[in-house]
Design a protein around this ligand. Structure first.
Ligand code: HAM
Length: 466
């Protein structure tokens, strides 16, 4: 019986894996322009970190963690998110007291949540995110929102909707929680079991309920904005003003509360519906937190960050044709040994060509030349290099330009020069108009061309970029 992957996980293969690398590289590069540095916390943490950090009333901790006892009876959890682990790393390594603040870190890797799998929702998925820890400036919030927005723009996602809200400071939230308790007091008995628990643990979480009947009740609940302290209102206005000045579009959404317990003040989500109409949910989200560092044993220090769901971002990019999911290899050169005896020579040549900087593959099957050409086409190879008995004897190679179908013989000793010329890395004069070494000269006037090439001027076809 075959063994399949675990429900909610997915294999990422070939070109798709390249796409993940491409997206994560852009995210990392732009984060480093914003002076964030990489960190790699472990996947495994003590369960208590998330119970205390992410919060007992969050769905993530109540229902979605992959928690188990190790052989020493310690309760461990596969991280359901990064933020708590990053703060643990900062606190444990005593980074706050000895560094200029905020500390700015970015991270990327798999996270695990036992959720119901559906479009854009997995049980193992990848997050890329940042945390800016130790400074209370509203502009630290603006900086991370701007970073996230720049990343999404650089990937080509033009129509991102940034939903933003404020949860206020602790005083504002306590007042709001009390108001919600009052509002839901005589309604909660008719709501779902989850909401009954949420009512006890943290009535703010009821606002996140996805049960349609409960959502109707939630619609009439008081709004956070009615309970904001003056300080929190001012702080939020500074964030919104700065975003406006920086031409970062946003929509204030006073129903946005986020599902993790550590947030205070600014919270935000990035939404994008692909042109195909697929809505994968938020492609990223984050916010400010006041108590998390202290909760995990550190000093009183705030932070702000966001995480992208890499799967969701790759999916929308593929949907909108912004990256290609075609499994083609886009080879430079396909090396084709004719006959089994030529294979040892072929692997040598393939190796030499790779050292010259080309993307090279070779055929290991003893098949007909026509068959090898088909493979070269499938791999989008630009050149085919053919090596048979004759070529080994004469120390030559037959090179075929797959696009123009031109084919010629070269000496192995001249391989670097001739192959480079075919890729127009180096321009070699096609003396007297003869296409000496693969340079695709299209110039008619031989003499003029020879003069331009050999007397140091660019020839016409170089000027035209051919
Ligand atoms: P989160 O909203 O739980 O926030 O997750 C961030 C992003 O991860 C989501 O917007 C979504 O794109 C992606 N995501 C979440 N669950 C799934 C899933 N089951 N399958 C695929 N993608 C998913 C956090 O994790 C916070 N730590 C963000 C943060 C950083 N806040 C402050 N700093």
């Amino acid at each position: 019986m075959s063994i399949n992957n675990v429900k909610g996980t997915h294999d990422i293969i070939g070109k798709e894996a390249e796409n993940y690398g491409y997206v994560e590289n852009i995210m990392a590069q732009i984060s480093s322009f914003f002076a964030f540095q990489p960190v790699r916390p472990p996947v495994l943490e003590y369960s208590e970190l998330f119970v205390r950090g992410v919060g007992e009333s969050s769905d993530v901790v109540r229902k979605e963690m992959y928690t188990f006892l190790d052989k020493g009876d310690r309760s461990l959890t596969l991280r359901p998110e990064f933020t708590a682990g990053i703060i643990r790393l900062i606190v444990q390594n005593k980074l706050i007291p000895v560094n200029e603040l905020p500390l700015k870190f970015y991270y990327c890797g798999p996270v695990f949540r036992y959720e119901r799998p559906q479009l854009g929702r997995y049980r193992q998925f990848n997050q890329f995110g940042v945390e800016s820890v130790g400074h209370n400036s509203p502009y630290a919030d603006v900086e991370v929102i701007s970073l996230a927005y720049t990343i999404l723009q650089s990937l080509g996602l033009e129509n991102v909707v940034i939903k933003i809200n404020t949860l206020g400071d602790e005083t504002s939230r306590n007042a709001y929680r009390n108001a919600l308790r009052d509002y839901f007091k005589d309604k909660v008995a008719n709501m779902c079991e989850d909401c009954k628990q949420r009512y006890e643990l943290n009535p703010l979480r009821i606002l996140d309920c996805k049960v349609p009947e409960d959502q109707m009740i939630v619609r009439g609940a008081p709004k956070m904005s009615q309970f904001l302290s003056l300080e929190s209102q001012k702080r939020f206005l500074k964030v919104l003003d700065a975003l406006r000045e920086m031409n970062i579009p946003y929509e204030v959404d006073d129903t946005l509360v986020r599902g993790l317990d550590y947030y205070s003040e600014t919270v935000f989500e990035f939404h994008y519906t692909s042109q195909k109409g697929n809505n994968y949910g938020a492609v990223g989200a984050g916010g400010h937190y006041d108590k998390l560092v202290h909760e995990i044993g550190g000093p009183d220090a705030p932070g702000v960050g966001f995480s992208f769901g890499v799967e969701r971002i790759v999916n929308v990019l593929v949907d909108d044709g912004l990256i290609d999911n075609n499994p083609g290899l886009n080879l430079d050169i396909y090396v084709m040994p004719v006959g089994e005896e030529s294979q040892a020579r072929a692997i040598n040549i393939a190796d030499d060509l790779r050292l010259l900087g080309y993307k090279v593959d070779m055929c290991f099957d003893n098949v007909k030349l026509a068959n090898m050409f088909k493979r070269a086409e499938k791999k989008n190879a630009k050149l085919a290099v053919i090596i048979g008995e004759e070529e080994i004897k004469n120390d030559t190679l037959v090179v075929k330009n797959m696009a123009t179908k031109e084919q010629f013989e070269i000496n192995v000793d001249d391989m670097e020069e001739k192959i480079d010329a075919m890729f127009t890395k180096k321009h070699h004069c096609c003396h007297d108009g003869e296409k000496e070494d693969g340079h695709q000269c299209c110039h008619e006037e031989k003499e003029k061309h020879h003069r331009e090439c050999c007397e140091g001027d660019e020839c016409e076809c170089q000027k035209e970029g051919k």
